[in-house]
Design a protein around this ligand. Structure first.
Ligand code: CDP
Ligand code: CDP
Length: 202
């Protein structure tokens, strides 16, 4: 494929967005952008978040520690600032329309960044299930976090992301909703790949 083709994947924390996005990108040879990483990098920089967002460079996205639970909390705080979001729009839109296809995952891709995306997916799962996934990633019983603490963080972050005035987390009216609560990662990825394949054949 030579033209632009955008797959927008949104949803709450640990719904399985990244896993699906990577599988779709690998299957179709599309580029993938984890947009959460942009907000995580801004949150991790410290100082004035608006200046950090305006001055973001590729090396900022490769820093260690951006995937931690704390970095996720910091990301969601700076993500509520309209000037931070505005500073990151052009980069994401350019990425989305690059030739050869692109998959972007985040919170506002189908609603704000790419309302014209060819495929929109809203990936979700129950909060306890998502918290358990994050807790297992952090080491489970052997890790530093209790399940209850992870659940509280996930619930708090989702509430902030859903409740903010600018680009809140919500499904676009034309998004396909994929509830991964009872689904393993492979099954969820296969569903998404089938949806994209059907749209490409139209
Ligand atoms: O990107 P997002 O935060 O939405 O989630 P992820 O990083 O793709 O997935 C979070 C964790 O849940 C990973 O460890 C996945 O392997 C796991 N997962 C799962 O167990 N079942 C799924 N259907 C999807 C993801
Ligand atoms: O992987 P996980 O779903 O836990 O988080 P993430 O996608 O890395 O996003 C971290 C935080 O960045 C989210 O809680 C949102 O507050 C913010 N974010 C956003 O506002 N808009 C996006 N397109 C992506 C992330």
């Amino acid at each position: 494929m030579t033209g632009a083709f955008t797959v927008a994947i949104d949803g709450p924390a640990a719904a399985g967005k990244g896993t699906i996005a990577r599988a779709v990108a690998a299957h179709f040879g599309f580029a993938h952008l984890d947009t959460g990483l942009l907000y995580r990098a801004v949150g991790a920089k410290g100082g004035d978040p608006v200046a950090a967002a305006r001055g973001l460079v590729p090396a900022d996205l490769a820093r260690d520690g951006l995937r931690t639970l704390d970095a996720g909390q910091a990301a969601s705080r700076v993500a509520a600032i309209p000037e931070v979001r505005a500073a990151l729009v052009a980069f994401q839109r350019d990425f989305a329309r690059r030739p050869g296809g692109a998959v972007l995952d985040g919170r506002d891709i189908g609603t704000v960044i790419c309302p014209e995306a060819e495929v929109k997916l809203f990936v979700t799962a129950g909060p306890e299930i998502r918290a358990r996934r994050r807790w297992l990633e952090a080491g489970g019983e052997a890790g530093p976090e209790s399940y209850e603490a992870v659940l509280a963080q996930v619930v708090e972050r989702d509430a902030r992301d859903r409740g903010r005035a600018d680009a809140p987390l919500r499904a676009a009216a034309d998004a396909v909703v994929l509830d991964t609560s009872g689904m393993d990662a492979e099954t969820a990825a296969a569903r998404a790949i089938a949806l994209v394949a059907a749209r490409l054949q139209r």
